[in-house]
Design a protein around this ligand. Structure first.
Ligand SMILES: [Zn+2]
Length: 651
C-alpha cells in the first residue's frame, strides 16, 4: 500500500542543531522514550502504576485481570508510539526500538476487535456500553491518538501495520457516526479524533475520513445538547462524578462551533477542537469556519492566556473562566493545553500566512511546554503555576492540584508522553514551505533539505536565540527561480536588520514576515535584531497582575526562585527604571542567561509570630534580584518558592 506524504517539509528532512532545544531533544531518545516505555510496562519502582500495556494484554486475551487506569489510559501508549515515530524521523532508524514498537503494534492489533473497535477500557470493563457515553468515555479521543501515532510511525518507517489497524477503526467510525438516519449523531466529549481523521485522510487519500472530521465539527453543539440527552438514557453510568450537573460549554458543545466567539470550557478540549476546525477549514476552503478560528484564537490569546503561553486558568475542571481571570498560584495551565495552543497556532499561521500566530506558538513552546519536563527528562508538571509557595499546596485543599516539584509520572498520565511527542517533532514548527517561498517561523538552529517544484534546497540556519538576536541562514538552491525567504519578525525584536550577501536590504514587512528575494543560487542571509530584557505589564483588567511586572528576554519569561532570592518572594518589589544586567552562566542549568536587577524587600523586623495585623509601618530594604528562565524552575532545588509576576516599586 502506498500513501502520499504530508505537504509540509517532513521532519525527517530537518536536523535540529540548536543549543537551547537540544538539551531537551537529546533527552527524547536517550531518556524519555526508554523511561516512558518502562513506565507503560510498570517496571519502575516509586512511580505511579500505568498498567497501560497490561490493559492491552488483557484485552487481547493474553493475560487475565482487571482494567486499571483512566478511561483514556490507552492514549499514553499511542502518544508514546507517536513520539517514537517522530524520533525515528528526526534521528534515523533504530532496529532495536522498532522491534519493540512492532511487537507492541502486534499486541494492539490483537486487542482490536473484529469489527475494528479499539479501546481497552470498554473491551475489558463494559463491552455492552460502547459509544453510549461519548461525553466521558473518551473512545473517540483515544481513536484520534492512535491515528496520529499510526501516521507518525508510518512516515518514519514505511510500516503500515498500525495504519491498517486505525483504518479498520476509522472505517468502523464511519459506519457508526455520520449525518445519515440510523447512525449515531453524537460527537466526541473530548475532541481529538478530528485531527487524527484529517491526518489519516492526508496520508491515505480516503475522503470519508475527512468528511467524518467535518461532520463532527458541524454537528457539535447543534440542537438539544447531545451529552445532556445521552445521560438521560436508561442504564447510563457516570464515569467522572464531577460531571454531574454537566455544563456543555465544558466540552465546547454549548452552541454550534461557528457561532462560538469565546474560548470556553476545558482548555485541552478547546484547543484540540480549534486545531481540527482549522484543519477542516483549510481542507474545504471554508472561510466561515476559518473566521470562527480567528475569533476564538483572538479571545484565547488576547484575553485568556498567561504570559507563559498557558491556558485554562481554573484549577477546578482545567478550564477557561472569563476574560482577564488569570490567577497565578491556583491556575491549572496544563502542559497539554499549551501543546494544543501551539498546534492550533501552527495551523493558523500556515493557513493565513500570518507570522504573528507563531509569536504565541513560540511563547507556549519556550515557556510552559519546557517547564512541563525536568531537565533530566524524568519529571513532569501537569499543572504550571506562575507562583509557587510549596507549603500552601496541600492535599485536601483548593491547591491540591498544584505540585511544587515535577512528578515521576501520573496515574492519569497524559502530559508526559504529550511533551515527548512535541519535543520529538519540534521541526514541524520551524518552517512553512510554499511553492515559491519558505517562511522561517522560529529561529531554532537546524539543517534542512527539501525540494521545491524546480529545485533541491539546502538551508543551514544558525541562531543564537533566545540569548541574542543573531541568525545566519545559508541557502543553497540547485536552480534559482523566483524564490523568497520569509523571516518572521518577532514582537520583541527591535532594529530588525537583514543583510543578503553583504548588502543590507529594505524590503517591506508583510503579515509579520520580512521578505527576502533571493538573487543567487547560494545566498548568505545575516539577520540581527535587538532583544533586550524588558519588564512587561499586564492589561490593568488582569486583577491578579495589577501593579506587577514580569521580566522577559525574547521569547523567554523569567522567574524568581527561592534558591537565588530567599523565601517569601511576594515581599519583593522591583525597581523597573534601573538596568537589567544579563549574565550568561555556562555552568548553570546546562548554560543559561541569568538576569540581575534592583529591588527592595519588606523587612520582617518587628513582626513576630504573635502579630498577624498591626498599624506599624513596614520598611523596605534594598536587594539585588536574580531571575532565571521560567522553563527551568524547580530544576536546581525542588519544592521551593517561585514567582513570575513581581510587585513594581512605584516611587
Ligand atoms: Zn495533559
Amino acid at each position: 500500500m502506498k500513501y502520499k506524504a504530508n505537504s509540509t517539509i517532513p521532519i525527517s528532512n530537518i536536523k535540529i542543531t540548536d543549543e537551547f532545544f537540544n538539551k531537551y531533544r537529546d533527552l527524547v531518545g536517550n531518556v524519555i522514550i526508554p523511561y516512558q516505555w518502562d513506565v507503560l510496562n510498570d517496571r519502575l519502582e516509586d512511580v505511579e502504576t500505568s498498567h497501560c500495556i497490561e490493559n492491552f494484554k488483557i484485552a487481547a486475551g493474553l493475560s487475565n485481570g482487571k482494567f486499571k487506569g483512566a478511561v483514556f489510559q490507552d492514549t499514553d501508549l499511542a502518544k508514546w508510539i507517536e513520539a517514537v515515530g517522530f524520533y525515528l524521523s528526526s534521528y534515523g532508524r533504530d532496529e532495536e526500538l522498532e522491534k519493540i514498537v512492532d511487537e507492541t503494534i502486534e499486541l494492539i492489533a490483537k486487542a482490536q476487535q473484529p469489527d475494528g473497535y479499539l479501546d481497552t477500557y470498554f473491551i475489558i470493563t463494559a463491552p455492552d456500553k460502547k459509544w453510549q457515553n461519548l461525553c466521558e468515555g473518551h473512545e473517540l479521543y483515544t481513536a484520534g491518538h492512535f491515528m496520529e501515532a499510526a501516521v507518525a510511525y508510518y512516515e518514519a518507517t514505511g510500516k503500515d501495520k498500525l495504519i491498517n489497524v486505525v483504518r479498520k477503526l476509522a472505517d468502523l467510525l464511519c459506519e457508526v457516526f455520520g449525518p445519515e438516519e440510523g447512525k449515531c449523531h453524537g460527537y466526541p466529549g473530548h475532541p481529538e479524533v478530528e485531527v487524527g481523521l484529517v491526518k489519516l485522510y492526508r496520508i491515505t487519500g480516503e475522503k470519508k475520513y475527512l468528511n467524518l472530521a467535518k461532520h463532527f465539527i458541524d454537528i457539535r453543539g447543534v440542537g438539544d445538547n447531545y451529552f445532556l440527552q445521552e445521560e438521560k438514557q436508561k442504564d447510563f453510568k457516570r464515569i467522572f462524578p464531577e460531571f454531574a450537573d454537566y455544563d456543555p460549554s465544558y466540552s465546547q458543545s454549548h452552541m454550534p462551533v461557528r457561532k462560538q466567539t469565546t474560548a470556553e470550557g476545558h482548555a485541552v478540549r478547546a484547543a484540540y477542537l480549534y486545531s481540527a476546525m482549522a484543519d477542516v477549514a483549510a481542507e474545504y476552503d471554508d472561510e466561515e469556519l476559518l473566521e470562527s478560528c480567528k475569533t476564538l484564537w483572538d479571545d484565547m490569546v488576547h484575553r485568556r492566556m498567561y504570559i507563559t503561553g498557558s491556558i485554562g486558568s481554573s484549577g477546578w475542571l482545567e478550564r477557561f473562566t472569563t476574560d482577564y481571570d488569570l490567577p497565578n498560584d491556583c491556575n491549572y495551565s496544563e502542559s497539554c493545553a499549551s501543546i494544543a495552543l501551539a498546534m492550533f497556532g501552527k495551523r493558523m499561521g500556515e493557513i493565513t500566512g500570518d507570522a504573528t500566530y507563531f509569536d504565541e506558538v513560540e511563547r507556549a513552546l519556550y515557556n510552559t511546554v519546557l517547564s512541563g519536563i525536568a531537565m533530566d527528562g524524568k519529571g513532569f508538571f501537569y499543572v504550571n503555576p506562575l507562583e509557587m509557595w510549596p507549603d500552601s499546596c496541600k492535599d485536601h485543599t483548593s491547591k491540591l492540584h498544584v505540585k511544587s516539584q515535577r512528578q515521576k509520572w501520573f496515574g492519569v498520565a497524559c502530559c508526559p508522553p504529550n511533551i515527548a511527542r512535541t519535543l520529538a517533532s519540534l521541526g514541524q514548527y520551524i518552517y512553512t514551505a510554499n511553492a515559491d517561498s519558505i517562511a522561517v517561523n522560529m529561529y531554532v538552529s537546524n539543517e534542512t533539505r527539501y525540494k521545491t517544484e524546480t529545485s533541491d534546497v539546502l538551508i543551514n540556519l544558525d541562531s543564537n536565540v533566545p540569548w541574542e538576536g543573531h541568525v545566519t541562514l545559508k541557502v543553497d538552491m540547485e536552480e534559482l527561480n523566483p524564490y523568497e525567504i520569509l523571516l518572521r519578525v518577532p514582537y520583541y525584536a527591535k532594529n530588525f536588520k537583514v543583510i543578503l550577501n553583504d548588502k543590507e536590504i529594505n524590503e517591506s514587512v508583510d503579515k509579520g514576515y520580512f521578505h527576502v528575494k533571493l538573487t543567487k543560487k547560494k545566498s548568505l542571509i545575516n539577520v540581527t535584531f535587538d532583544m533586550p530584557s524588558v519588564f512587561m505589564r499586564a492589561n490593568p483588567k488582569v486583577r491578579a497582575d495589577s501593579g506587577k511586572v514580569a521580566v522577559m528576554k525574547g521569547p523567554l519569561v523569567y522567574c524568581l526562585e527561592e534558591i537565588d532570592n530567599g523565601d517569601n518572594l511576594a515581599s519583593i518589589y522591583v525597581k523597573t527604571d534601573a538596568e537589567i544586567t544579563e549574565i550568561y552562566d555556562n555552568k548553570m542549568l546546562g548554560g543559561t542567561m541569568k538576569l540581575s536587577f534592583e529591588g527592595a524587600r519588606l523587612e520582617e523586623n518587628g513582626w513576630d509570630s504573635h502579630t498577624l495585623y498591626s498599624p506599624q509601618s513596614t520598611k523596605l530594604q534594598k536587594v539585588k534580584i536574580t531571575a532565571v528562565p521560567y522553563c527551568y524552575w524547580g530544576n536546581r532545588k525542588v519544592s521551593q518558592e517561585m514567582l513570575v509576576w513581581m510587585k513594581e516599586l512605584l516611587y
